[in-house]
Design a protein around this ligand. Structure first.
Ligand code: MIC
Ligand code: SF4
Length: 642
């Protein structure tokens, strides 16, 4: 078939079943998987439960990058479990300190044209290399590791046409912030964002990866760049030129939507608190006083980003009211900075250097002060995610972050009186000695399970009737950071759902977990784009543990909806959004003959006993997902069908 865009080409080459018609469920073969530690523990427990002895992918890698503080034994227990379970089952293990999963995967393992699913929403970083890289819940990754297909709705494909060239001190981050400004945090749902146009030739692979990484904030299925001579140069510098394949859309490829961005017209931008799409130019926001600057994360921690930061800081001292923390994305980056002296420039300027990991991005330390303004080069600025509820986080480029750390106020880097270009190194510092290979034969490896490793909750087959109270009613754009908060105190408990469930939806209503338990479960009511953000399946497993039977909202974010189905919880959307207004917390809701209703179609009628009215909801799931709901989730379904 000609006229295919790049996303369609890769999907077609991996298609297992389904029709490539937008909105239809398709199954694709998965070449690679990745996990990180905070979702990985659960993913490997699930992989064990499936009972397949050895992964069937071309390459699966487990990273340790999120839970790094080791305040108690819990994180270390998780690390040891992941290290041993991966050794046994054929998975590579990137040891703590080796770097952030997406950065290291891009450097060392990603291959153009291959498919990757990862138990982290920023897996699309691999799209910077021309991979079809998709974030998913841990159970989906476990199934993919076992050789099972990955199911998605065939996405629409949006062509983002880049023309022109960025001006000095305007960054790749400003491009994706502009896309977010235009499309918003819901604008990418059900879509792949494919970059094209002559402007892409001006962007290196790490810059492309910044853009595909933060495509997650659009709610997109993934984002992708072609694989071209720039990709080859990057792979060559990583000593991996053999992994290169050229990939581009057909000349006459068709797209569902198009958008053009003139790079030469862009200026430095910032996403204001508390949403990645609340974007304005740095100049328009003005010189607000800054308390903290954090540079790093899977969005902006490449060698090239860090070199720009070091150049800006060189010979200067950070403002006395600013705390500057820097976490280079990988050991490769940190090693190169330390070898060429850039690290010394950062330290001399007063930067606090953190280990290569997610760190403050997921609230693992460095919570800012009360009412702080924190500038971060990260991808999410949801309320409270920094660890300080009253803090306002602004998402900016490394260039804007570095100059603002010096001036103490939000500053446009174009005010610098010099320019600086970082050349792509001819050779990166390559050393894979912190990636442990799996055992050739896993049978003899003992999996170490410390006391922090708890079994995951098992759901029951779908009942005939669902009845319970509306336990909570929340508004639009509720994130998984609301549903299942993550911070330095909670992240160590990612394999302990009973404990985590006590904090479920607590940022919206601290009484929710108690109410859910006292009522023996019930319903969650929400607005649009419910569950945006992280891929953490804990945002479905904790509600499952609390007895949630269905979540009724105006619309869902993609990964969270899949996770609810995987957990056996009904994801329902109001047919008529006005019905949302008619429900109050405490109303008793009933779904009679739910199995029959589900069997019959996509409308599920819900009775509200408080108002006496019945209202219609929709369930946008495939037949396969219906079977999963009948079985009580993906694991039960997989066991039944093996
Ligand atoms: C995030 O950025 O929110 C995380 C932490 O990386 C999550 C994964 C998790 O919750 O463990 C994500 O993006 O999927
Ligand atoms: Fe880690 Fe932050 Fe990236 Fe999530 S977004 S993978 S927490 S660096």
């Amino acid at each position: 078939m000609s006229k295919q865009n790049l996303a369609q080409k890769i999907i077609a080459a991996h298609l297992v079943s389904g029709e490539m018609k937008a909105g239809e469920e398709i199954a694709i073969r998965i070449d690679q998987t990745l996990t990180q530690d905070s979702t990985g523990t659960m993913a490997y427990l699930e992989f064990e439960a499936i009972g397949i002895p050895r992964v069937k992918t071309k390459k699966s890698v487990a990273y340790i990058d999120h839970n790094m503080l080791q305040e108690g034994f819990e994180n270390a227990d998780d690390h040891k479990f992941i290290q041993t379970v991966t050794k046994k089952h054929g998975i590579y293990f990137s040891r703590p300190g080796n770097g952030i999963c997406h950065q290291v995967h891009l450097e060392r393992f990603g291959i153009p044209g291959q498919t990757l699913v990862g138990s982290d929403s920023h897996t699309p970083t691999g799209g910077g290399l021309g991979m079809l890289a998709i974030g998913a819940g841990g159970m989906d990754v476990a199934v993919a590791m076992g050789g099972g297909a990955y199911y998605i709705k065939m996405p629409k494909v949006v062509r983002v046409n880049l023309v022109g060239k960025l001006k000095s001190w305007v960054a790749a981050k400003d491009i994706i912030l502009e896309v977010l400004r235009i499309l918003t945090v819901k604008g990418g749902v059900g879509k792949v964002i494919e970059y094209a146009g002559e402007g892409i030739k001006t962007l290196s692979v790490p810059e492309r990866a910044t853009i595909t990484n933060m495509g997650a904030e659009l709610g997109a299925t993934t984002s992708i760049f072609p694989s071209d001579e720039i990709t080859l140069a990057f792979l060559k510098a990583q000593g991996r030129e053999d992994d290169y394949v050229e990939l581009k859309p057909d000349a006459d490829a068709e797209y569902d939507e198009e958008l053009t961005i003139d790079l030469s017209a862009l200026v430095p931008m910032a996403a204001k608190p508390h949403s990645p799409d609340a974007v304005e130019t740095v100049a328009d926001i003005g010189p607000i006083k800054v308390d903290q600057v954090a540079i790093g994360s899977c969005t902006n921690s490449s060698y090239m980003d860090m070199m720009k930061v070091a150049r800006i800081l060189k010979g200067k001292t950070i403002h006395e009211d600013v705390s500057l923390v820097i976490s280079p994305g990988s050991r490769q980056v940190l090693g190169m900075l330390s070898e060429n002296g850039a690290l010394a420039d950062m330290i001399a300027a007063g930067a606090r250097i953190l280990e290569s990991g997610c760190g403050p991005c997921i609230g693992m330390g460095q919570a800012p002060k009360t009412n702080a303004v924190s500038l971060r080069t990260f991808n999410r600025n949801f309320e409270g995610r920094s660890g300080t509820v009253s803090a306002g986080v602004y998402l900016v480029s490394p260039e804007t972050a570095a100059i603002s750390a010096l001036t103490g106020v939000l500053t446009d880097p174009r005010t610098l009186d010099y320019t600086y270009e970082v050349e792509m190194p001819e050779k990166f510092m390559v050393n894979d000695n912190m990636v442990a290979e799996p055992a050739p034969e896993g049978n003899h490896v003992e999996v170490v399970r410390g006391p922090n490793i708890k079994p995951f909750p098992v759901s029951k087959p779908l009942a005939h009737q669902l009845e319970g109270d509306a336990l909570i009613k929340v508004g639009d754009n509720i994130t998984t950071d609301h549903i299942m908060p993550s911070n330095a105190k909670l992240l160590p408990f990612r394999s302990n759902i009973p404990y985590l469930s006590e904090f479920c939806l607590a940022p919206c209503d601290p009484e929710f977990p108690r109410r859910a338990k006292e009522n023996g479960g019930g319903f969650i009511i929400g607005g649009s784009n419910y569950g945006q953000g992280s891929s953490r399946e804990h945002a479905a497993l904790a509600p499952l543990y609390l007895g949630i039977k269905a979540v009724i909202v105006k619309s869902f974010a993609r990964i969270h909806m899949a996770n609810l189905v995987n957990a056996g919880i009904l994801p329902l959307t109001f047919e008529n959004e006005a019905d949302y207004d008619e429900i109050s917390v405490g109303d008793t809701l009933e779904i009679a003959n739910v199995r029959e209703q589900l069997m019959a179609g996509d409308t599920i009628m819900v009775k509200n006993h408080a108002t006496g009215k019945e209202f219609a909801t929709k369930i946008a799931v495939s037949d396969r997902q219906k079977d999963m709901l009948f079985a009580g989730g993906l694991l039960n379904y997989t066991r039944e069908n093996n």
